[in-house]
Design a protein around this ligand. Structure first.
Ligand code: S3P
Length: 165
């Protein structure tokens, strides 16, 4: 299997599945958030604090461009699809894009109050569900395959991806 890009909301398991895919394929894993942190030399909440979401999204687009040029497993941040330029990059890349989809209330329980996730930190359940609804079409738009991760294990999700690619 060649490289794969994982998209989906915060808490959907992109990093976990990315690690499993990287182990099995022997490809490197790029976690886009970790790359942004390494490139900027700052934690995500500090980037949001200093340059706001707009500044963060610019760093994210730059990191996405660089990562898509490499033969790696790429795990993206949940908001990557909010930018039209990123959606274009994802739709035009030659790599399969897999959408990890899960129920918003389940994801909310995993990420609410997480100080390292500035977007989720201040949202209540309704706010998170609204965000999920706003983004759902964007995930579908950029992806080649959707996998529901609610009632399954990371190993099963990984096996499903392998069975397709
Ligand atoms: C964000 C998701 C985060 C991170 C940033 C913004 C979002 O990534 O990129 O906090 O807008 O959904 P994860 O999906 O890995 O939590």
């Amino acid at each position: 299997m060649a490289s794969v890009v994982l998209v989906g909301l915060m808490g959907a398991g992109k990093t976990t599945i990315g690690q499993l895919l990287a182990q099995k394929t022997q490809l490197d894993l790029i976690d886009l958030d970790q790359k942004i942190v390494a490139d900027a030399g700052k934690r995500i909440p500090d980037i949001f604090e200093e340059v706001g979401e707009i500044g963060f999204r610019q760093l994210e687009t730059q990191a996405l461009r660089e990562s898509l040029a490499q033969n790696v497993i790429l795990s993206t941040g949940g908001g990557v699809v909010t930018q039209a330029v990123n959606r274009m990059l994802l739709k035009n890349c030659a790599v399969p894009v897999v959408y990890l989809q899960a129920d918003a209330s389940v994801l909310y329980r995993r990420v609410c109050g997480d100080n390292n996730r500035p977007i989720a930190k201040n949202l209540n359940l309704q706010g998170f569900q609204d965000l999920a609804q706003k983004r759902a079409d964007f995930y579908e738009e950029v992806s080649d395959l959707t996998i529901k991760t609610d009632d399954t294990t990371p190993d099963m999700v990984t096996a499903q991806i392998f069975s397709v690619y």
